[in-house]
Ligand binder design. Structure first.
Ligand SMILES: NC(=O)c1ccc[n+]([C@@H]2O[C@H](COP(=O)([O-])OP(=O)(O)OC[C@H]3O[C@@H](n4cnc5c(N)ncnc54)[C@H](OP(=O)(O)O)[C@@H]3O)[C@@H](O)[C@H]2O)c1
Length: 336
């Protein structure tokens, strides 16, 4: 495995070509093992991964505290290479419920103050609102982060799940390093007008859900059971006929993977990597085994014939089910 680097836009930092998304280590996909999560972060750093992605609302601070512990117990040289990307704004309640978004300037500074404490760092490398707060102009939210940049608490500004108009307004307010958005073989929405916009403006993409939450990992079976607190227990793509249909796409992809001597997950991640040097996939591994498999994608080369075969196996619109349930889809500025 060779770790390449990519740059987050014209103004952002150089990062490893694959980032590690830490969300699944804090309960979003059911229970996770704390020791294995930390070992996975250490293994990622050791393999040359420098970008760690989190959100202050993942496990209500649990994910940031976990990352802090992993960094504290990592060799100093690896710790110093790590760049932390933090999302803020999603509001939680003590039951674990979700109750909206807050992008007001005072809230931005409050969220940042708590994140800095939990992470045990003096600055956050990339800081981004997780969703557009419909009641707050993006200029105000981004303006507040820009003030944090001026004071040295934040290095770079990112966005998440916003559409072309909002990207333009944000970029007119302050330099934007990257847009985080779901992008995968089965989630092609950004190709319409978001990718052309980020490319025009020199903004990178950190792509999440590159395995569609494990759906196209090749590891899920038709009788897979998900815990009640697992996102996938409610995700439309994992329900009934949708799920059965989507697994037929995985089997078509598996044939291509087998011919190339790689795994389904590797080919799915390699496909995202192949879409441009401005794209950094975030892999959601929470065990060393899954991480090792994901990193193997860096050594997979897809030529024209491979890409054509993949397109035929998994046509752009072939997936059944939206990427979130209707209520959450309605909160995505990127889907307007
Ligand atoms: N900006 C946003 O709105 C947003 C939203 C969601 C996520 N994110 C970020 O993006 C990161 C990645 O997203 P994601 O977790 O949805 O991505 P993903 O990589 O599509 O899905 C991760 C899930 O796939 C399964 N999997 C199976 N084989 C795997 C393999 N070889 N490598 C990795 N995972 C494998 C794992 O489930 P099992 O562990 O159960 O096997 C894992 O929990 C998150 O951690 C988070 O930091 C951002």
């Amino acid at each position: 495995m060779t770790m390449h680097t990519r740059t987050l836009g014209t103004t952002g930092p150089q990062v490893s070509a694959l980032g590690l998304g830490c969300m699944g280590m804090s309960g979003m996909y059911g229970a996770a093992d704390r020791d294995e999560s930390i070992a996975t972060i250490h293994a990622a750093l050791d393999a040359g991964v420098t970008l760690l992605d989190t959100g202050d609302f993942y496990g209500m601070g649990h994910n940031e505290l976990l990352i802090a512990e992993a960094l504290r117990t990592a060799p100093a040289a690896l710790r110093d290479n790590a760049l932390i990307s933090v999302k803020f704004g999603a509001l939680r309640d003590p039951d674990g419920g979700w109750s909206g978004f807050d992008g007001r300037p005072a809230a931005v500074k409050n969220f940042a103050a708590y994140s800095l404490q939990r992470l045990g760092v003096d600055h956050i490398d990339v800081y981004r609102p997780s969703r557009l707060d419909p009641d707050v102009p993006i200029e105000e939210t981004v303006g507040a982060i820009a003030e944090l940049v001026e004071k040295g608490y934040v290095r770079h500004i990112g966005l998440s799940e916003v559409g072309a108009d909002t990207i333009r307004r944000a970029a007119a307010t302050a330099p934007i390093a990257d847009l985080q958005i779901e992008y995968a073989l089965v989630s092609r929405g950004p190709e319409r007008d978001i990718l052309p916009t980020t490319r025009e403006l020199g903004i990178a993409i950190t792509a999440y859900g590159v395995l569609s939450r494990g759906l196209i990992s090749g590891h899920f079976t038709p009788d897979q059971q998900f815990a009640a607190n697992d996102f996938r227990a409610y995700s439309p793509r994992f329900q009934g006929d949708n799920y059965r249909h989507n697994l037929t796409l995985v089997e078509a992809l598996r044939k291509i993977a087998e011919q190339k001597g790689v795994t389904v997950a590797q080919i799915a991640i390699a496909w995202v990597l192949s879409r441009g040097d401005d794209i950094v996939p975030l892999v959601g591994a929470r065990t060393r085994e899954r991480l090792t498999e994901s990193l193997g994608a860096l050594d997979v080369t897809l030529d024209r014939a491979d890409l054509d075969a993949i397109d035929e196996a998994v046509p752009a619109e072939a997936v059944a089910g939206t990427r979130y349930a209707a209520e959450q889809m309605a909160m995505l500025d990127s889907e307007r």
